[in-house]
Design a protein around this ligand. Structure first.
Ligand code: T4K
Length: 374
């Protein structure tokens, strides 16, 4: 088995057929309608909602602005309970709304916010919970909804990783008050940059549409201090083409996932995340956890892979609670977050994308199996 000649990145985006995209561009050039709820945008919102099995989609220019706007739309203030084991945008979106994040520990298997730890963090200032379906693995949604209902809290999901993930045949994007998606180039479904808010009724959809367009309800009416977070026509046209291959791309990812799962299952000190039988996954990430019994430390494994042109990543290390804007918060103390701290110190994300070759996956697994001795 040969070291790859070129860097193998943690992910590579799938792109639509260039000729088909060119045909769409011709329509765009002729219409000269480039943004602000154009024909592609309207069609993409409808087709995406149907594809995902949700009622309403409001498209956004990226997932971060979608989350910032989702929190605005529900007028969330005060304290919000969230997870430190995520991409930093989850907490930044709270910060941009003047909300104080309250970090909660996570479960040791999936790395999702741990409902058992939430209740003791609730105070009169708590207004909402912002969980993340980390790596696309569904959070404990029924328990999160029970807590939200009991304490009168809003539930807004950062579902940036959860494109088309289903539980018992239904989209997990239907849980809670709102869910946000990211269509960044590194995601299982991309529109280069992009995102969306999933909501369950037409009034909320209208409000989100106003908010992402400066708060305009019509030419002369501004109903809220909105922002500019619209997806443009070029990306919507690209997204429509991406939808055509979304299922087959996920299917290709599932094959890569299975190769890893089979090859790594008996390596002492390497833990992977199981997928429950009632979950249809999107296979967007392949995290492994390097446990103390493994021959090398996580950071040594990270370095050894890089020496061999395998550009692994440590999603999510450091924890968000360790970054300077947040580390002085009382809830950021590692003593409050033992499981999240442990996961962040042991995680490594292996490359996964639709056309990653079997040979490369075998090379990666062989390196892990032999502790880089071959
Ligand atoms: N919530 C969660 C839970 C999230 O994970 C994210 C984003 C958000 C919210 C916010 O959504 P957005 O506002 O981004 O829509 C990446 C992404 O930039 C970020 O979108 C993502 N999460 C995060 C987990 O990962 P980096 O800094 O690791 O990306 P980068 O540029 O190092 O790319 C990783 C690898 O991907 C590269 O080594 C090569 C490959 N790549 C990347 C790009 C951009 C390509 O092959 N082509 C490309 O165009 O953050």
């Amino acid at each position: 088995m040969q070291k790859p000649k070129f860097p193998i990145f943690v992910t590579r985006p799938s792109l639509p057929d260039l000729n088909e995209f060119h045909d769409q561009l011709k329509i765009l050039w002729d219409s000269k309608w480039l943004t602000n709820n154009g024909a592609f945008h309207q069609r993409f919102e409808r087709e995406l909602a149907e594809f995902l099995g949700v009622k309403y989609v409001s498209l956004f220019s990226n997932g971060t602005l979608a989350l910032i706007t989702a929190l605005q739309s529900l007028r969330i203030t005060g304290d919000v309970i969230t997870t430190p084991y995520s991409f930093v945008a989850t907490t930044h979106a709270l910060n941009w709304n003047g909300i104080r994040p309250i970090f909660c520990d996570v479960d040791p298997i999936y790395g999702n916010i741990c409902p058992k730890s939430i209740e003791s963090l609730i105070t009169p200032k708590t207004t909402a919970i912002v969980p993340v379906h980390v790596y696309g693995n569904p959070a404990d949604n029924s328990e999160l909804q029970r807590i939200a209902d009991t304490y009168g809290l809003k539930l807004i999901y950062d579902a940036a990783h959860a494109f088309n993930v289903r539980e018992n045949g239904k989209s997990i994007l239907n849980y809670g008050d709102l869910s946000i998606l990211s269509f960044h180039a590194t995601k299982a479904f991309n529109t280069i940059e992009g995102g969306a808010i999933i909501c369950h009724d037409s009034k909320t959809k209208s409000r989100l549409d106003f908010l992402k367009n400066f708060g305009f309800a019509d030419e002369v009416t501004v109903v809220a201090p909105g922002i500019n977070a619209k997806m443009n026509e070029l990306q919507a046209a690209y997204g429509l083409l991406q939808l055509k291959s979304a299922e087959s791309e996920i299917e290709k990812r599932s094959r890569v996932h299975q190769l890893y799962a089979d090859a790594l299952k008996n390596i002492k000190g390497i833990r992977t995340i199981p997928i429950p039988s009632n979950v249809e996954h999107n296979f967007s990430y392949f995290p492994i956890f390097i446990e103390p019994e493994y021959a090398l430390s996580r950071d040594k494994v990270y370095e050894e892979f890089r020496k061999r042109n395998i550009i692994v990543r440590r999603y999510f290390y450091p924890l968000i609670s360790e970054f300077p804007p947040y580390r002085a918060l009382p809830s950021a103390s590692p003593d409050n977050l033992p499981t999240a701290t442990n996961l962040a110190q042991s995680v490594l994300n292996l490359p996964i994308y639709p056309d990653l070759s079997q040979e490369t996956v075998e090379y990666i697994c062989h390196q892990l199996a032999t502790a880089f001795n071959s």
